[in-house]
Design a binder for this molecule. Structure first.
Ligand code: ATP
Ligand code: LTN
Length: 334
């Protein structure tokens, strides 16, 4: 790439309202990293149809998500922000890579196991080959780093294995990507069951803080957060609920875990919950305002979508052509 910056790729699915977990575990890190890399941030809509979607709602959710990337602070003139479905190379490379992926590898993927248990009536082949499409997303742009939450590490390991396998046969075609896990907020837990990760598909709305929740809702949800009966604010495995609140506080304020714990020494759980609630609400307020502004400006958003899809397509095609040639497809006559 022109300025020799390293390449960063990441994506999120538009399958529901984004949660504080998505923000602290992914989006916030994306913004922090965006100046240092050549960045591609995709709304991975191809991945989303592994679960049934209502078309009209899905279209709107994907648009909301794309606007949220921008509202969170990603400059769409510097970062390539686009819909995965607008760049055909993702699906094309995915097919090729699926021929270099073993069933045994896919059988081990925990996300597949979780999602098949959740959607037992629709265990489709796309759900199964989902990690191969993810590998294609990453390898298509010669990505160096992939910022994700801890839950995606297994998919990234598989991506590296596929890339190394392909390179061992055909030479150095793919860059081998590294995961990037943020220091704070790598795994935000459910407010109702602190042993489970906060997830946008959780049926209990009190379990998650949505990025669109207003201040009252946020404070109410934190007040109801499940803690324990120790009545002592500590950050330790035996107190997962309280530790999660501390983790959230630390990720939002930038304070270390130790400083956060020290700040609440001698205080009660009620004080902690209120402080965390207010901090989160204040952090989200400007993002919510900006999000509404972006969504109301159709011409602006359409321009971004078009320009960035073209940019992504250009880089994607470079890798795709090389791969097609390496595996032995005849060249297209142009
Ligand atoms: P779903 O409930 O639909 O599976 P999800 O909320 O788990 O969704 P994803 O779309 O799978 O979210 O993930 C988007 C990004 O957010 C990924 O990088 C993922 O690692 C990160 N992420 C998701 N949940 C959390 C969490 N609780 N804590 C930290 N990071 C998270
Ligand atoms: N599988 C991821 C979303 C995703 C992704 C990617 C993340 C699809 N393609 C490429 C990083 C890089 C998820 O469920 N969060």
């Amino acid at each position: 790439m022109a300025d020799e910056k390293k390449v960063l790729f990441s994506g999120m699915q538009a399958t529901g309202n984004l949660t504080l977990g998505n923000y602290l575990g992914a989006l916030k890190n994306w913004v922090d990293l965006s100046d240092s890399y050549e960045c591609f941030y995709s709304v991975v809509d191809l991945h989303s149809i592994t679960v049934r979607q209502n078309p009209a709602e899905f279209r709107q959710k994907a648009k909301n998500l794309l606007a949220l990337y921008i509202a969170a602070g990603l400059d769409p003139t510097k970062n390539c922000i686009y819909y995965q479905s607008h760049v055909s190379g993702h699906a094309e490379l995915s097919w090729i890579l699926s021929c270099f992926t073993y069933m045994g590898e896919l059988n081990r993927m925990t996300q597949f196991k979780d999602k098949s248990a959740k959607h037992a009536d629709n265990i489709n082949a796309g759900l199964y080959t989902y990690p191969v499409l993810m590998a294609a997303d990453i390898l298509l742009y010669q990505t160096n780093v992939v910022p994700v939450g801890k839950d995606q590490l297994q998919h990234l390991e598989l991506t590296r294995d596929i890339a190394q396998r392909f390179n061992a046969i055909y030479g150095d075609v793919f860059q081998i990507p590294e995961p990037f896990i943020g220091k704070a907020g790598a795994k935000i837990m459910s407010l109702q069951d602190p042993l489970k990760k906060m997830s946008k598909s959780d049926e209990n709305p009190n379990a998650s803080i949505y990025l669109t929740d207003d201040k009252d809702t946020i404070i109410r949800k934190f007040k109801r957060a499940v803690t324990d009966s120790e009545a002592n604010i500590c950050y330790r495995e035996e107190q997962p609920g309280v530790s999660n609140l501390i983790e959230i506080y630390s990720a939002c304020t930038g304070k270390s875990i130790d400083d956060a714990v020290a700040e609440f020494a001698g205080k009660g759980y009620g004080d902690l919950k209120l402080a965390v609630g207010e901090t989160v609400a204040d952090m989200l307020a400007p993002l919510q305002t900006r999000h509404a502004e972006i969504l109301s400006d159709k011409a602006y958003l359409d321009g971004i979508v078009k320009e960035n899809a073209e940019k992504a397509q250009y880089f994607a095609n470079k890798t795709l052509r090389k791969v097609q040639k390496k595996v032995g497809f005849n060249e297209k006559i142009r």
